[in-house]
Design a protein around this ligand. Structure first.
Ligand SMILES: [Fe+2]
Length: 476
């Protein structure tokens, strides 16, 4: 990886700045008004220490306010105990995904089972019940004010978030937020939760997991929750004694296959458990019901090597060669009995990650068609993700956007107010222009990925993960 890309994508600590009226080229559609909020790492070093993995790093929130064709920006680190403690002590003090602070063996042991669970919520942003939640895989979500980006509280699935892992991709439907929490212990469990608008927690159901799987997301249909247990699994005792960073306790055991466990979304009852051949994924994309079958679109990998490719040493080294995620459709028969198997069909050979759909209008919709994401240009697939992709799952075609030495983040779809089809709207992506040492907010027509406008930031922004677009509140 070129030095400038490595520096700006993963190493240089971002500045907390705000800027009004960013320079805009092109024309931001007049109808586009609202706020893009994004989350991701903004700081990888503390004193002499450096985090080890893309999924470590202190959370930074980025806010792009769009109005009247103009764009303003503000970037602020998420206020957390983990970062405050690190800044006070001049070293990393909380364990994260693949980084452990230097501590005595005694202090490392049981770390996950003490109150030293990190609140460094750097993965995604949930907008639910007029609250904004920064989320990660520890079961602490940090609520922040979307105006000031200041932290205002935390949300936990259980009274104490110890010994737990959740997903940074809850689902939203019917006024509820759904998520799954893995509770590690001598008898580990995967627990499904439903949260109402008062943030009251209800445990819908649970099932046992002798060796819990690493799960970054799950599936939901109108009537079911689907937990996909990839065979990247952990002996919970290893976590309890915590001799290695969190993710390094997990091992790839492909002989387990990948069971899909289906829970009734309303009662929590486990209604089916159907095996698939082994595969790995971070992201479920969409899921829907079709007769007695569930259909789940997932960005799949043949194994979990992608996790090790995201170590900073590897990302910033000379041999990147990221494994390609492929949009794959898994069909789960609900009434096939013990002999039933999940069927898999690759929908597109185009490399894709950080998949995004028009969730608000088409999640759980069998007619949902377009998947947006980042990917690798085939002729330059030794680089980091260097293009935006749009996969048409019905037409089986792909459209891309790319520019040399530019590295886009997750594209977020915003529908046009007079929309005439699923893809009538724009895509918003924060793109790192490595040679220019800055990033820009890119606005594309979602139908053909034609550039409409870009607003240039005064600084480069580290490659982040997920965000959300917030339309203006309706006039009262
Ligand atoms: Fe994610």
């Amino acid at each position: 990886m070129p030095d400038d890309l490595a520096t700006y994508a993963f190493l240089r600590t971002n500045d907390e700045i705000s800027a009004e009226r960013l320079p805009v080229t092109g024309r931001v559609p007049e109808w586009l008004e609202g706020t893009l909020l994004r989350n991701g790492p903004g700081q990888m070093t503390v004193g002499e220490q450096r985090f080890r993995h893309w999924f470590d790093g202190f959370a930074m929130l980025h806010k792009f306010a769009i109005q009247g064709g103009q764009v303003s920006y503000a970037g602020k680190f998420l206020e957390t105990k983990a970062r405050a403690s690190a800044l006070a002590e001049g070293r990393i003090t909380y364990t994260d995904f693949a980084t452990d602070p230097c501590r005595s063996l005694f202090a490392r042991a049981m770390a996950m089972f003490t109150h030293q669970v990190t609140d460094n919520a750097k993965v995604s942003i949930g907008h639910f019940a007029d609250r904004f939640l920064a989320m990660t895989e520890t079961a602490i979500q940090v609520e922040f004010d979307p105006e000031t980006l200041k932290s205002v509280g935390v949300f936990q699935y259980e009274d104490a978030p110890v010994g737990q892992m959740t997903t940074a991709h809850p689902h939203f439907a019917d006024g509820f937020m759904y998520n799954v929490v893995t509770r590690f212990g001598r008898a580990s469990q995967v627990r499904a939760y439903r949260i109402d608008h008062e943030m009251r927690r209800e445990r819908l159901g649970a099932f046992g997991a002798a060796k819990p799987a690493y799960m970054h997301s799950f599936g939901m249909t109108p009537n079911y929750l689907v937990v996909t247990e990839f065979p990247l699994v952990v002996n919970p005792l290893a976590l309890m004694f915590w001799l290695k960073p969190f993710i390094e306790n997990f091992a790839w055991e492909p002989r387990r296959g990948t069971p899909f466990t289906v829970l009734d979304r309303h009662t929590g009852e486990v209604v089916a458990r159907v095996d698939a051949d082994p595969f790995f994924a971070f992201h479920h994309v969409n899921a829907f019901e079709r007769g007695d079958e569930l259909v789940l679109d997932i960005v799949a990998y043949p194994d979990a090597d992608i996790v090790t490719h995201y170590y900073l040493q590897r990302l910033t080294g000379t041999d990147l060669r990221l494994p390609h995620g492929r949009l794959t459709r898994y069909t789960v028969p609900l009434k096939g009995g013990r002999r039933a198997r999940v069927r898999a069909e690759v929908l597109s050979d185009t490399c894709i990650e950080l998949p995004h759909i028009d969730y608000a209008h088409h999640n759980m919709d069998p007619e949902q068609r377009y998947v947006y994401g980042i990917g690798l240009r085939p002729e330059r697939d030794h680089e980091f993700y260097n293009q935006l992709v749009k996969i048409d799952t019905a037409g089986r075609t792909t459209v891309t956007w790319h520019e040399p030495d530019c590295f886009p983040g997750e594209p977020i779809f915003v529908p046009a107010p007079d929309r005439s089809g699923e893809d009538h709207g724009v895509l918003l992506s924060v793109v790192l222009d490595a040679p220019a040492a800055r990033s820009f907010l890119l606005v594309l027509d979602a139908r053909d990925l034609r550039e409409l406008a870009r607003a240039v930031l005064p600084q480069p922004v580290m490659i982040g993960f997920h965000g959300t677009f917030v339309p203006p509140a309706p006039a009262s």
